[in-house]
Design a protein around this ligand. Structure first.
Ligand SMILES: [Zn+2]
Length: 76
């Protein structure tokens, strides 16, 4: 599995929101069910609706590990 290298740019100000590209989302899949995932509204996590799990994005790198995923809590 290839790791995505961390960008080493200085802060760019207006390039913060679109950290994860559409192309990257197309490549990524839920490690549990291999299904589609999508960016959450806050843009800091990837959601698998099948598993009801949220994979966090840290330093622009999605943490695609089942052990690291947080369950979506619909009943909150
Ligand atoms: Zn899944």
């Amino acid at each position: 599995m290839a790791l995505i290298e961390r960008l080493d740019n200085p802060t760019q100000g207006d390039n913060e929101t679109m950290a994860i590209s559409k192309e990257l989302l197309d490549i990524l899949a839920c490690p549990k069910c291999k299904g589609d995932i999508h960016l959450n509204p806050a843009g800091d996590g990837l959601i698998c609706q099948n598993c009801r799990l949220l994979y966090e994005i840290k330093d622009d790198i999605p943490i695609m590990l089942i052990d690291e995923a947080r369950p979506l809590d619909a009943g909150a």
